[in-house]
Ligand binder design. Structure first.
Ligand SMILES: [Zn+2]
Length: 132
């Protein structure tokens, strides 16, 4: 059963994001450290994405929706989402993941629409604390 990967807009993500069963995966490389990030997002750099993929599977246990993004979600985001979908198919493990999505326009679109950006330096990101 091939998994389809679809796109989600920033405003859809903003409303989905309140649910506990969603994980946002930032696959930017070094940009994350100086540009900020979406609160609560996990960081799996595209550069060594495949090496860490089993950690990511562990990290998203219990989530059923994964949203991938990079800066523009044109190259790295979609390619990592696809790698992840293929990986799930290969391992045939029941992860409970139902949807693999890509954030349209990536972090850049998210930020330029004035959506909340977190600048914490904690790994993993502690999320919404401190934001209004
Ligand atoms: Zn943060």
């Amino acid at each position: 059963m091939a998994r389809s990967i679809s796109y989600i807009t920033g405003s859809q993500l903003l409303s989905l994001k309140r649910r506990p069963n969603i994980a946002i995966i930032d696959v930017r490389d070094d940009e994350r450290s100086y540009d900020g990030h979406i609160a609560g997002s996990l960081h799996y750099a595209s550069g060594n994405f495949y090496d860490k993929i089993s950690n990511l599977v562990q990290d998203v246990k219990g989530k059923d929706t994964l949203v991938f993004h990079c800066v523009l979600s044109q190259v790295r985001g979609p390619s990592c989402a696809r790698k992840f979908a293929n990986y799930l198919e290969e391992v045939k493990e029941d992860t409970g993941i139902k949807d693999i999505l890509i954030l349209e326009r990536g972090f850049s679109g998210w930020e330029s629409s004035g959506r909340p950006v977190c600048h914490c330096t904690s790994v993993p990101c502690k999320g919404e604390t401190g934001s209004a």
